[in-house]
Every structure is written in structure tokens, then in C-alpha cells.
Design a protein around this ligand. Sequence first.
Ligand SMILES: Cc1cc2nc3c(=O)[nH]c(=O)nc-3n(C[C@H](O)[C@H](O)[C@H](O)COP(=O)(O)OP(=O)(O)OC[C@H]3O[C@@H](n4cnc5c(N)ncnc54)[C@H](O)[C@@H]3O)c2cc1C
Length: 307
Amino acid sequence: MTGFPDIVADLKAKLPTVRGRLLANEMLAPLTWFRVGGPAQVLFMPEDEADLAAFLKALPTEIPVTVVGLGSNLIVRDGGVAGVVIRLGRGFGDVAAEPDHRVRAGAAVPDVRVAKAAQDASIAGLAFLRGIPGAIGGALRMNGGAYGGETKDILIEARGVDRTGNVRVYSNADMHYTYRHCGAPDDVIFTQALFQGRPGDTREIVAEMDKITESREATQPIKSRTGGSTFKNPPGQKAWQLIDAAGCRGLKVGGAQVSEMHCNFLINLDGASATDIEALGETVRRRVKETSGVELEWEIKRIGITA
Ligand SMILES: Cc1cc2nc3c(=O)[nH]c(=O)nc-3n(C[C@H](O)[C@H](O)[C@H](O)COP(=O)(O)OP(=O)(O)OC[C@H]3O[C@@H](n4cnc5c(N)ncnc54)[C@H](O)[C@@H]3O)c2cc1C
């Protein structure tokens, strides 16, 4: 892997007022749960929303932009990602309860911290976020959901910056949510969310969160290098049952394996490449199509180019 041409000096000359860090050929594997994939041509970590907006406004339009969160729903391909990859950090990390049982959170706040902030303020309805290992930006984009709750059930509005650097606010309706899908324009980088909960009892919320923690530990390979549910559940069916019926539990390609514990999870068992993991996913899709006629749709996002 030789990496991409270094365009950082050129970008810095074009974007003199940008305050965040710009790094050339920064490896993305450590930023993902699977721990695979090549570098970002440029990794940009904006200081705050104004910095992000100024960067996007001045960035030449021909340079592609990709945003990553905590990488818990992501396969970065082995050749890496051309253009600029944006990762939000500290400047997007505030979370606070507000009047009327609301919680406002920056897009870089892990979902679990939002669930905890709601619990501390006796706000019910957000505990399901405890079960999702991503950050709020990913929850907004994926309509993340677990244990009977979905992001669309609690979102009042999301703020974001579009590719031309304009800050916009999206109401719940503007997000056009369906199962694990957000219909807001693809170029929007979410920066903040405002959630609506309801009055709750702290002890009951703590008990619900504990139950979610136990259930996850019992049913998901959460200590493995994985990307969570690989495929969306087809209407009225469970992806894991179709995968099991197709005989794919434990199936391996290179160092990648279909989890023995939960067969809609793929795991990087032993030095897998992104190519191994994606090839395993495609093998599962083919076998499921052959045995049940169902075409599974990837839930995991795959970005970048093959090596
Ligand atoms: C063990 C395990 C269990 C999981 N269980 C669940 C579960 O129960 N329910 C569930 O819904 N998911 C689950 N997931 C999947 C994953 O955690 C969610 O999809 C999560 O919302 C992704 O957030 P992230 O920050 O990791 O995003 P990433 O994986 O980094 O990115 C996912 C997508 O969101 C986009 N994105 C990220 N940040 C932003 C932003 N600021 N603005 C715009 N777009 C952005 C990315 O471009 C990408 O398309 C699980 C994953 C693992 C590893």
C-alpha cells in the first residue's frame, strides 16, 4: 500500500483559516470496530461547527468528502478513501439535559453517554441508545435502533453542515426516516441533535439500562472486531434466521468469520482484510439468495476503494 498523493500542504494554502487538524494518509483501521482498511487521503478533525463549515465552504468541490463516526457500522476498504475523511471530536462532544425532558447532544457523543445523561436527569425513552455502540452522528444517519426504540422516535431536530458549508436544521420529518435509513441529503454532516424524552423514574431507567447491558453481552459478540448487524432484516423476516438456514453460521473467508454467536454479525477473527470481510458478506448474500430467494441488503456501510 503506497497511499495517496499528499495534498495537505496544498489544502492548507487554500484554507488558511481552518483550525482543525489535517493529516495526510492517516490509517483508518484503528478508527473502526473491524480494525481493517487503508488510509484516508486526508483526515480532517474540525475544532467545532464553525470550523467545519468554513472548511467545507472553501474546499474545492471536486474533492470528495466522507464522514465517519465511531466506525461501528463501517467497512473501510483496503485501498483507503480518496479525498477528505472527516471525523468529529471534542468540539462536538457536549451533552446536556434541557427543560421539558429534552436532551441536546453533539454528534461525537457516544450514544451510551446520551442514555446516561437522560438517566441522570430522570428522562425516560432514551435508554435504548445504551445498546448502540456508535456516536450520535451515526445514530442520526443510520436511524439507529435497539430494544424497541429508534432514533426517529425521539428526534426533535438535527443540525448539520452541507457540502457547501451551510449550517442547516432538519426537523424529524425532514429526515425522512425508514428502517436503518435517513432520507436527509447524503452530503450532510450532522453536528448536533435534540431529543425528546418523557418524565421517568431514575431507578426504573437504571434497571432498563442494566437489562440492555446484560442482553447485549449474552447475545452479541460485543468484544469482537465486528460491525454489528451486517444485513437489514427483510420485511417480516430476520436476517440471522435466513443466514442460519443457508448454513452460513461459522463460515470463513480468510481471517473473517460469520459469528457463531449471532450469525448476522461478521467478525475479524484473525488478521482479516476488508476484502475478506466483504467477500464473506457477499458469499452469505449469494447463499441466502440460493436457499430462500431473499436478497439481503447491506446495513453496514462500505467506503473507499479496494487495494
Ligand atoms: C457490537 C455492535 C452492536 C451493534 N448493535 C446495534 C444495534 O442494536 N442497533 C443499531 O442500530 N446499530 C447497531 N450497531 C451498528 C452501529 O453501532 C450503528 O449503526 C451506529 O449508529 C453507527 O454509529 P457510528 O458512530 O459508529 O457510525 P459509523 O459506523 O462511523 O458510520 C456509519 C454511517 O453513519 C455516517 N455518519 C457517521 N457520523 C456522521 C455524522 N456526524 N453526520 C452524518 N453521517 C454520519 C457514516 O458516514 C456512515 O455512513 C452495532 C454495532 C456493533 C459493532
